[in-house]
Design a protein around this ligand. Structure first.
Ligand code: HEM
Length: 181
């Protein structure tokens, strides 16, 4: 089994990061949609606390995944298609990574700064009742939700392009992330 990435495909570490984060992002956007559309319902109240836990998990996963991607940068398969298409794919992936870091970071900073305590994975990381730090909360208040929806839209576009590569172009792009070659 190939651990590291190669020109022929992604190794098991990159593929595990990719599909685990894909699943968590779908769950995360589902909790956000329920919160937006039916915030008072029992279903929304049940799943909304998961938003914090899943978001925190996505945050440390993307930091590990980004480090692994950088370590494998020169070994990764090139993008298929014309130079313009390949450049567009690179820009799209950079935007996805940037938002996967920025969106949860803004929310975690806000959680740390709003003085109501931070409890994640059953551990009280910050106590309740500390003074609010507006410098930590302002950016999250202004941007977390909006950038979250931008990230969700990019993920939908990413899935659409992956399916186009797999079903229309049949160029092996999908197989490299699914089977590794
Ligand atoms: C990649 C990770 C994340 C994504 C994609 C994401 C996405 C979103 C989206 C789309 C909304 C808007 C919901 C609405 O319009 O009602 C939202 C709201 C919210 N999120 Fe997240 N989120 C993430 C991580 C986090 C984390 C780590 C926390 C907490 C530490 C958090 C806390 C909140 C809160 C409190 C709201 C409601 C207030 C607001 O809209 O700013 N999120 N999130």
């Amino acid at each position: 089994m190939q651990v590291r990435d190669s020109a022929q495909g992604y190794g098991i570490v990159s593929r595990t990061f990719h599909w685990a984060m894909a699943l968590l992002l779908v769950l995360q956007v589902t909790t956000a949609l329920l919160h937006l559309l039916a915030g008072d319902s029992a279903a929304a109240r049940t799943v909304w606390p998961l938003h914090f836990q899943i978001g925190f998990t996505l945050w440390w996963l993307v930091l590990l995944r980004g480090s692994w991607a950088l370590a494998n940068y020169r070994r990764r398969p090139p993008h298929e298609g014309s130079p313009l298409l390949a450049r567009a794919a690179t820009m799209g992936h950079l935007a996805l990574y940037a938002l996967m870091v920025v969106v949860p970071t803004l929310a975690l900073l806000r959680a740390a700064g709003r003085g109501r305590g931070v409890r994640l994975y059953g551990i009280q990381w910050m106590p309740e009742g500390t003074p609010e730090i507006p410098a930590f909360t302002a950016a999250g208040n202004a941007l977390h939700g909006t950038l979250g929806w931008v990230l969700a839209s990019l993920v939908v576009g990413h899935v659409g392009f992956a399916l186009w590569h797999g079903l229309v172009r049949r160029d092996g792009t999908l197989a490299r992330m699914w089977r590794g070659r």
